[in-house]
Design a protein around this ligand. Structure first.
Ligand code: SF4
Ligand code: SF4
Length: 476
């Protein structure tokens, strides 16, 4: 399908003879221009290096750590268990996991309102891996100018060797990333042994290959396009910004009019601002934008342009901070407020949700019991003339060890359980226990009576479960 649409130029002020002009063709699709990012050193780059090292270290190390035989973080899908920092969650705890995800989302909104896209610039996996891949590229192919020259040069032994080495290292990092990711779902030691001895199952190979290719493509080839076209957060984060949000900005009051000049010349004599129009801030930008054009959705808030401009300002003996973290209000000479209704709102919501989740986890009983009445029969009379009802007790054991439960029932005079009252439930098991209960007819005054089932663990006496149900008898 063609991406070109013939457009006829129409000038409403001219006569109709203009409409007979030859149609012009306007290109609606612009192919991607490769961005050659210049490496820069500086304060914010050092901060990112620290965060990048910490995050990568956590990602590659946590998968190997176990506490009392339990992995630190492990999603055991076949057993339907999720191990997280010494706690084990089961499908029944889905609400807790959802709560944690909601807290993460609110945390992100809160931070964005205060400091813009710091998540994107310093901690987003896309940024972290892209920066690592760019670092490798710089080490193998050289500086920005050398890389541009290399790409333009005809194929040669050196070019092929450099390109092959770069892609080989990228693939190696991508493979380590894919293997580690799958290791969070499949015990990492077994996974590595199985993968390299060709004993892993097909899905393990598939997912390792999938995440290897995804990492290689996203960080090596797609890079800023993931942020510009694929990430939804880039599109809606601007609604969280307000004039008090501190974001990376160029100060046009100080910088304009821009223009080149010799070092040591007073810009005011030339009628210029502090921007020497060197273009360094554009050359270091991983999304290829010019921060001097104002706040743009393409800006991931990486602050590389601050480092680049500060270096220039230092060389020119000008004060640093022509590009800096600032707010729209400050740029307009107004005062900025850190605390405002929006930040209060997000902050209070966040504090409430964190408190609720801590309380829920702290008071969480790692076992649960439900009683389901057998809906097939309302009641029956047994050989002793007593009234019988049938139930299925569902007992979930969310502890790390098997539990033996003693079951009892109360609520009516003479009520008793006719089936097994001692039940073993394995760790992580949600066991269905068919249970029959009977009552002497004289104990029943109504057709629908409240009863309670209790289950006490013989293994851990602190585990006491109770659930309510109904006992149905004849109408009186
Ligand atoms: S790096 Fe600073 S001085 Fe150079 S063009 Fe950018 S804003 Fe102007
Ligand atoms: S303009 Fe470019 S370099 Fe500057 S913070 Fe935004 S993305 Fe980073």
């Amino acid at each position: 399908m063609s991406s070109e649409i013939p457009v006829k130029q129409v000038d409403p002020s001219s006569d109709s003879s203009n409409n007979n002009k030859k149609p012009e063709t306007v290109e609606l699709y612009a192919s991607r221009k490769k961005i050659y990012v210049k490496e820069v050193k500086g304060f914010f780059q050092r901060i990112r290096n620290v965060s990048l090292t910490l995050l990568m270290g956590m990602y590659f190390l946590f998968v190997w750590i176990t506490i009392d035989g339990q992995p630190l973080i492990h999603f055991d899908l076949p057993a339907r268990e999720f191990h997280l920092y010494g706690m084990t969650f089961y499908p029944k705890d889905f609400i807790l996991l959802s709560g944690m995800l909601i807290i993460c989302a609110y945390g992100l909104f809160f931070i964005t309102t205060l400091f813009g896209r710091v998540w994107c610039g310093y901690t987003c996996p896309q940024t972290v891996w892209t920066f690592i891949f760019m670092w490798v590229e710089e080490r193998i192919e050289g500086s920005r100018n050398k890389r541009m020259k290399l790409d333009k040069a005809p194929n040669s032994g050196v070019k092929i060797a450099k390109k092959s080495a770069k892609h080989a290292v990228w693939l190696l990092i991508a493979f380590a990333t894919g293997l580690t990711f799958v290791g969070y779902f499949y015990p990492i030691r077994e996974l590595i042994a199985d993968i390299f001895t060709l004993h892993a199952n097909g899905w393990a190979y598939f997912w390792v290959a999938f995440f290897t290719v995804a990492t290689y493509l996203n960080a090596g080839w797609l890079r800023e396009q993931v942020c510009l076209y694929m990430c939804p957060y880039a599109r809606f984060q601007s609604v969280m910004f307000d004039p008090n949000t501190r974001v990376v900005s160029y100060d046009p009051n100080r910088g304009e009019p821009r223009g080149s000049r010799k070092k040591g010349v007073d810009p005011s004599e030339l009628g210029l601002g502090d921007c020497i129009d060197c273009g360094q801030c554009v050359q270091v930008c991983p999304t290829g934008i010019d921060i001097r054009d104002g706040l743009q959705y393409e800006c991931i808030g990486c602050a590389l342009c601050i480092d680049a401009c500060d270096e220039v300002m230092e060389k020119m003996n000008y004060p640093k901070g022509l590009i800096r973290y600032t707010t729209e209000n400050e740029l307009e000479g107004k005062t900025s407020k850190l605390l405002r209704p929006r930040t209060f709102g997000y902050g209070i919501m966040l504090a409430l949700m964190i408190s609720a989740i801590i309380f829920t986890i702290a008071t969480r009983v790692p076992a649960q019991m439900d009683a389901l009445r057998d809906r097939g029969a309302l009641y029956s009379f047994n050989g002793q003339g007593r009234i019988e009802n049938s139930y299925t007790l569902k007992i979930a054991n969310m502890t790390e060890v098997p539990q033996v439960f003693s079951i009892s029932v109360s609520g009516l005079e003479g009520i008793q359980i006719l089936t097994d009252t001692r039940v073993t439930v394995e760790s992580g098991e949600n066991r269905s226990v068919p249970t029959v209960v009977d009552v002497p007819p004289e104990s029943i005054s109504e057709s629908n009576n409240e009863i309670r089932f209790q289950a006490v663990s013989e293994t851990d006496s602190s585990l006491k479960l109770e659930t309510e149900s109904r006992f149905v008898g004849p109408t009186r």
